[in-house]
Design a protein around this ligand. Sequence first.
Ligand code: HEM
Length: 140
Amino acid sequence: MVKRSGLIGACLALLLGCSTATGPVLYQRLGAEEGINAIVDGLLFEIEHDERIVHHFADSDIGRFRAMLTEQLCDLTGGPCQYSGSTMQQSHTGFNITLADYDALVEGLIKVMQRQQISITDQNALLALLAPMYKDISYR
Ligand code: HEM
């Protein structure tokens, strides 16, 4: 029998969106808003210093890219956000993004997550959420 205080605690945790029956959602494990912001800023830094892919962003509104990616990662990982940007197909059409470009960006993302001391399990959980997007992002 669940004690009443335990039940209230569980309900509060659910209301705060910080846990499920299997533990904290990925959003929380990545450091919630602060952690996701740091991942996105770190990734922007990596892209800016990666001559293999930086040219793709030459004419882009980086402020919008930053805001939309932050919102998307928050949404995808179970955070309190709803992605409001374009579809991956819409936003990447015409950039001729190759598998090598995609791998370069993911390499940057992994570097950032390692710097932030995100566990390998959580790194892989985020990468697994992003992997299916490849088909919409890459040039066909
Ligand atoms: C996991 C992979 C990726 C994710 C989750 C992702 C996500 C996003 C998001 C959320 C946006 C903003 C959409 C909007 O403005 O509404 C965006 C735009 C953009 N992405 Fe990606 N992206 C990925 C991979 C890549 C790769 C590999 C490249 C190129 C190397 C790339 C290049 C761009 C560019 C250039 C824009 C700006 C487009 C514009 O100027 O309108 N993305 N991406």
